[in-house]
Design a protein around this ligand. Structure first.
Ligand code: SF4
Length: 374
């Protein structure tokens, strides 16, 4: 699955910044150590993600400093329900991906090879300046997986942290151990896609491995301070069986505990899976019931209007504490300390006295409007 230098198989010079995770192997190739694909490359070859390649005997990241676009989104869209609810988040991605999901919901970006997708040239300082100017409380590395643009994401995150802006990774969690430590050292919150709970699904539909994702989840929960939420996109006939959902929920309960929010989101036909139907509402409801039955406290539906399934309930007294309808906050019953206003049970996450009022707006921006002049 290693790509030649360009789509015509011709050699081209790969321009980019040096990558940090690679080593030489005995047969003269060099191995990229960013993700569990461990692509082994000859001079001029790109890895499966297409944005990392070998040039002059080292790995370079060809998308550093260029983005496929910026948008101010609601944090609930990531989705993060327990992290500064109602606030805006400046979101961006680059191009390429290290998984090959046939159902990809952002395939125009993740599968992009022609870098005409990368319209916006943006330094870390430009991005953080735009986040502050738009009132964004955080920056999300999203649309495609930040794993493959790690060096760029980390440089942005360093500037953001200095300026009091939080950093949010939206990722499939398919990352190798060394790179994982660096990336999550700079993140404050993450939503990790747990795409299914069978090796067969990961192999057949994503050409990846489930075990590597589970390792990342355990790492995040037990070895970092990163706020963690999980999303599973339920695809009819592929990962929506009762047994599989029960096993997934039991794994989350046993390995991560009852307080990691789990989002079951609805599939819409896309990319190479246009012949599969939308997820029915009854499947989402069934999944939520199973996850709650094994003891998970915070289970949500997504990509649908479902105020009951998207609200947060107190695990202590059962009171509805945060009402949501898709990305809108419709009610709020937490005290200023993030506790239930009824029984004072603490709700895990990062909450302020009042939610933000960004609502469901999506505001595309041009980063150049905030570039420093001179
Ligand atoms: S990031 Fe992953 S897919 Fe990309 S070159 Fe490195 S090992 Fe290969």
């Amino acid at each position: 699955m290693i790509a030649p230098a360009n789509s015509k198989g011709e050699s081209e010079r790969l321009e980019g910044v040096p990558g940090r995770y690679w080593h030489s192997v005995d047969d003269g190739r060099i191995q990229c150590d960013v993700c569990p694909r461990y692509c082994r490359l000859n001079e001029g070859q790109r890895g499966l993600c297409f944005v990392r390649g070998r040039q002059d005997g080292r790995i370079v990241l060809t998308t550093y400093g260029r983005s496929s676009g910026f948008c101010v989104d609601p944090i609930e869209k990531k989705p993060l329900n327990h992290y500064l609810p109602g606030t805006p988040v400046l979101s961006f991605g680059t191009a390429g991906c290290n998984l090959t999901c046939k159902f990809c919901q952002n395939w125009d970006i993740s599968k992009a090879r022609a870098f005409d997708r990368l319209q916006d040239v943006a330094s870390p300082e430009d991005i953080v300046r735009a986040a502050i100017a738009t009132g964004s409380r955080s920056i999300a590395y999203t649309y495609n997986d930040p794993v493959i643009f790690l060096e760029y994401a980390v440089d942005v995150a360093k500037v953001a942290r200095r300026r009091g802006i939080k950093n949010v990774a939206v990722t499939a969690g398919y990352i190798a151990a060394g790179a994982r430590e660096e990336m999550y050292g700079w993140m404050d919150a993450a939503n990790v896609d747990l795409k299914a709970f069978t090796e067969e699904f990961y192999k057949r539909l994503c050409t990846g491995h489930l075990g590597a994702v589970l390792e990342t989840l355990e790492y995040l929960k037990h070895r970092t301070q990163v706020w963690l939420e999980i999303t599973t996109l339920l695809i009819p006939g592929c990962n929506d069986g009762r047994e599989e959902i029960k096993k997934l929920s039991e794994w989350v309960m046993t390995k991560l505990g009852p307080d990691v929010p789990l989002h079951f989101t609805a599939f819409h036909p896309d990319y190479k899976m246009r012949d599969v139907a939308h997820t029915p509402a009854r499947t989402l409801a069934m999944a939520c019931d199973l996850a709650r039955a094994v003891g998970l406290n915070f289970v949500y539906t997504g990509n649908v209007h479902d105020e009951i399934g998207q609200s947060t309930y107190c695990p202590g007294c059962g009171e509805r504490l945060i009402g949501r309808d898709w990305y809108d906050i419709t009610m709020w019953r937490l005290d200023g300390e993030g506790r239930c206003a009824n029984c004072t049970a603490s709700i895990p996450g990062l909450f302020e006295a009042q939610p933000g009022n960004w609502g469901q707006r999506r505001m595309p921006i041009r980063i150049g409007n905030w570039r420093a002049r001179g």
